[in-house]
Structures are given as structure tokens and as C-alpha cells.
Design a protein. Sequence first.
Length: 126
Amino acid sequence: MNFIAKSTFAVGLSVALIGCNQQAAEEADTGEANVEAEAATEETAETAEAPAEPVEFDLAQITCWDLSTSEDEDRAFASTMLYGYAAGQAGQSAQNSEEVEARIVSAIEFCVENPDSMALEAFKQG
């Protein structure tokens, strides 16, 4: 082989080897990432809280007092359920997030002022 042919062959071989090394490195990184992801998933599964016990409730039996004195997270959940139930009964399938928020705030304000009323009635007034 002459010098030009040898040089071209050497450059081609170098490029091929670099490509193989990069592919091997990417596969190794992917493998390491998969192992790390699996370990994180297992750790999360081990440390996750046990699911809460199911709670049964009747939306028609929740009073305004119950709603307005509940914890924030519970009040948000119950309000969403009550709003959805009242909207469904009224046949309102189309929703607007601003309107939903305004109706929930209005119902909670009603409940604060009328603790002996039923919460569902507050949501039906909207």
C-alpha cells in the first residue's frame, strides 16, 4: 500500500473505532441509567406509604359545618366532589376552570355563613 492509501485506511479505521467506542459508551450509560432507575423505583416502592383505608361517605349528608371545618386537603377534595356531583345533576358537562373555582369559593363562603345547611345545597345554588 502506498502512503496515501495507508493514511486513508488509518483515518477510516480510527473513525470506525471512535464510533464503536461512542456506541459502547452510550450503551454502558444507558445500562447504568436503567440500573439506577430500577434501584430508585424499588427504593420508592419500599418507602412509599401504605394506601389509606377507603372511606365511605354520602355527599348528601355532608353539612356546611363539616366542610368549612375540615382540613384544607379534605375540604378541597370534598368541594371538588360536591361541585362535580351538583354539576352532573344539573347536566353541566362543559366546564370552565375560572367558573368552577368561583362556584367552589362561593359555596364555601355560603357554608361558613350557614353551617347548619347541607353542603350539597350550597353547591347547587351556583
